[in-house]
Design a protein around this ligand. Structure first.
Ligand code: SAH
Length: 394
């Protein structure tokens, strides 16, 4: 039987502009009793075809996969979408560690695939992608034509709990492999089974490379270091010392082993499992020779939802205020927000308010964003999430 989602009158406008989400409030009724994760046909109140998409219970009720009526969601569809995504990454010249599929940015809402050498780590953020995981893995192996030998599926933390899906983490192709991956010639372990997200944050690749160019001779503090990405780039850039801080002891262990992998027995690096706010409060001040003159602040998303926006902005302001207060004269601050609910202007206002409170003179050197392998679908501007500023503090 045909599974059809019929919209309320006038609610088709955003789909006609190719925005890929149908909110539950826009739905008039659903025909054919689809299960969560099924592919449904979405039509306007007048019965016009709008798109095929994955249905599920929640505020985003349908994620549109295609706006073309003649495109069935089958093996050919998955192969085509993955091939386009792969062509984009080849155009970018990416070969080692990169994001192959960035959800809506690659017209595959609900799906993320990161590549680490010969291993792909796949995450479903929708029930539909979860249901389709085997078909996607098959298409992926075909499109990558031998370049991917292992596909690890990891969705226990990204799927809606209420869908009642079981913990399905595991290999869809191959098995445990060498966990050392490369980025710009540096090496790191990827804990795709136990780590956050897919095990490494590939989205800071370009920004780490930029940091490397500023590191020479500087005393670097990498706050919220997770796997230590910014730390080993700073080491290669010739930093005088690098201190990595994260509240997770596990993250600190991974950071130590990643730095060790690239710079064995290098006394310039030290890592501390401590709370960021506490560390910033107790660390040496601006006029202390032991202070820092290059600070990275890359906190976790302070606002996961719009409701949390106010608190999130307070959090960014407080955090940055501490850094402005303590950084040595002539220091450089790399400060980021990865909260999708916080836009670029709101983040800037929070940071600039913090700067003003410290009374320091501050210049913008660079305005940073997510890299090209995390593309933004022009019809889905919400896909822009990573924002950063590189600031010179007099
Ligand atoms: N900069 C990292 C990514 C940071 S992810 C990279 O380039 O890969 C955010 C990190 O912040 C996580 O590792 C988490 O453990 C840590 N974290 C969360 N709250 C914290 C706090 N209050 N103090 C210190 N670290 C914290």
């Amino acid at each position: 039987m045909n599974k059809v989602v019929v919209l309320k009158k006038g609610k088709e406008e955003s789909l006609r502009r190719f925005h890929p989400w149908v909110f539950s409030g826009a739905i008039h009724h659903i025909e054919g009793q689809p299960d969560e994760g099924d592919v449904v046909r979405v039509v306007s109140a007048g019965g016009d075809f709008l798109g095929w998409g994955h249905v599920q219970i929640g505020s985003i009720a349908v994620r549109i996969l295609t706006f073309h009526e003649a495109d069935p969601i089958d093996a050919t569809f998955w192969r085509h979408r993955l091939r386009v995504a792969y062509d984009v990454r080849r155009t970018l010249g990416l070969t080692d560690s990169y994001r192959l599929v960035h959800g809506e940015g690659d017209d595959l809402p609900g799906l993320v695939i990161d590549i680490y050498g010969s291993t792909a780590v796949m995450q479903a953020h929708s029930v539909g992608m979860h249901v389709s995981r085997h078909a996607i893995a098959e298409a992926l192996a075909e499109v990558m034509n031998g370049k991917v030998e292992n596909i690890y599926y990891k969705s226990e933390t990204t799927l809606p709990y209420k869908a009642g899906l079981h913990d399905e983490n595991g290999y869809l192709l191959g098995g445990p492999a060498d966990d050392v991956a490369y980025e710009n010639g540096l090496r790191f372990h990827v804990d795709w089974m136990g780590g956050q997200k897919t095990g490494f944050f590939v989205d800071q690749r370009d920004n780490r490379a930029l940091l490397e160019t500023y590191a020479h001779g500087r005393r670097v503090l990498n706050m919220f270091c997770y796997t230590g990405g910014f730390s080993f780039y700073a080491m290669r850039g010739g930093a005088a010392l690098v201190h990595s801080v994260d509240s997770s002891a596990r993250a600190i262990d991974i950071t130590r082993s990643n730095v060790e992998l690239n710079f064995p027995d290098d006394p310039r690096h030290q890592a501390f499992a401590e709370d960021a706010f506490r560390f910033l409060d107790t660390m040496p001040g601006r006029d202390d020779a032991e202070g820092y003159d290059l600070i990275v602040l890359d906190p976790p998303a302070f606002a996961k939802h719009r409701d949390a926006l106010h608190n999130a902005l307070q959090g960014y302001r407080r955090l940055n205020a501490k850094a402005f207060q303590k950084i040595r004269p002539g220091g450089i601050l790399f400060t980021f927000s990865c909260s999708q609910a916080v836009n670029k202007d709101q983040f800037r206002t929070a940071v600039f308010t913090a700067a003003a409170q410290s009374g320091r003179s501050v210049r913008i050197l660079h305005q940073l964003h997510q890299p090209a392998d995390h593309p933004v679908n022009i019809y889905h501007p919400e896909g822009e999430y990573l924002k950063g500023l590189v600031l010179y503090v007099e």
